[in-house]
Design a protein around this ligand. Sequence first.
Ligand code: UD1
Length: 370
Amino acid sequence: MHIVHVVGARPNFMKAAPVMQALGRHNGVRQTLVHTGQHYDFNMSDVFFRQLEMPDPDINLEVGSGTHAQQTSQIIARFEPVVLKLKPDWVMVYGDVNSTVATAMVCAKLLIPVAHVEAGLRSFDRTMPEEINRLLTDQISDLLFTPSEDGNHNLQAEGVARHKVHLVGNVMIDTLVRLLPLAKERLPKELPERYVLVTLHRPSNVDDADWLKSLVDVLGGVSLDVPVLFPVHPRTRARMSQAGIEAGSCNSNLQILDPAPYLEFLALQSKATAVITDSGGIQEETTFLNIPCLTVRENTERPITVSMGTNTLVGRDIPRLRTELEALLAGKTKRGKVPPLWDGHAAERIAQVITHNRASYPPSMAGRGE
Ligand code: UD1
C-alpha cells in the first residue's frame, strides 16, 4: 500500500508526524511525503521536521506565499503531475490550511482516495479562510478522521456518509504526549516564575492596524505586572511594522520574540500562568496541559476546549480580555478535563483504519489526468 502525505504549513507537521510513525509500524506500507512549501522559513518549517523526527520531504512543491487564489492554484497545478506519477492508494491531508484543500481537490478530480485528518471541525464562520478549507475538504474526502464527537455531528448534519467518518481522537496530542518530556528539558533557565505567553496571527487580529495596536497595548499593560512572552508569526511581524509597532518601542517586560520551534514553545506553554492566542492548535494543547487559555476570537472550531477544557473565548472585546486576564492572574482559573481519546494513540487508530481500507477505485481511474 502506497500512502502519500501532504503537509504545507506549520500546524500540519505535528499532525502528520505521528501518523507517519504509526503507519511505518505496519508491514507493506510505503510512504511518500510531499511538502507544498506554503511555509518555507527555517523556523516555520525545517526546525519542526528535525524536532518531530520527520523524514525530509520526498518532494517539495515550493509554492511559497501569495494571495489565497495564487497559493491554492499553484499547489493544485504543481501537485497534479506529482500525484499522477506516484499513483498512491491513499493521499492523507491534514488540518485546514490552503495546502489541505488544494491537494484534496486534485485527488477528488483524479479519483484518488483522500483521507482527511482533523475532519469535522466547524467555527460556522465563513469569513475565516480555514472554515472554507474545512468545509470543502470534508465534502470531497473518502475517509474522515475526527478528533472529537462534535466533528461527527457536524459531518452528519452536512450529509457526509457515516461509514466514511471515524472518531479517532487528536493526533496533535499524540505528538505532545511523545515530546513533552523532551520539551521540559528545553525550558529556558532564566524563565520567570509567572508569565503570560501570547501568539496572534489570524487576519481578524493582525490585519487591522488599530485593533492590533489595542491588543499590543493590553499586553504592554499586563507586562507591567507579569512578563509577557510573544513569539511573533512572520505575518504578524509584517503587520506590526506596517502599523508602526516596533519591538524597541514596547517595554522590556513585553518580549517580542521570533517564532519558537515546537519543543521550546511546548515547554513555554507547559509552565505558563496564562496563554493568549488565536491559534486552533494552542487551544487544544493548553486544554491538554490544563493551562488557562484566552482565545481572542468570536468563535472556535474547537468548542470542546471551551465546554470541557481550559479555554475561554473573549471575542473582539478589549475590556473583557483585560478582565479575564486579571481574573486568571489573580488565580481564578477554570478547571478543565482532557477530552476523550486525546490519549496519545489517535495515529495508531488512523493507521488501523487506513490499512484495512484498500483503495475503493480501480487503479486505472487514478490516471485520468487529461
Ligand atoms: C496559515 C494557515 C493557518 C495556520 C497558519 C499557521 C491557511 C489559510 N492558513 O496561515 O490556518 O494557522 O498557517 O502558521 O492556510 N510567511 C513567511 N514565512 C513562512 C510562511 C509565511 O514569512 O515560512 C509570511 C508571508 O509573508 C505570508 C504570510 O506569512 O504571506 C502568511 O502565510 P500563509 O501561509 O499565507 O498563511 P498563515 O497566516 O501562515
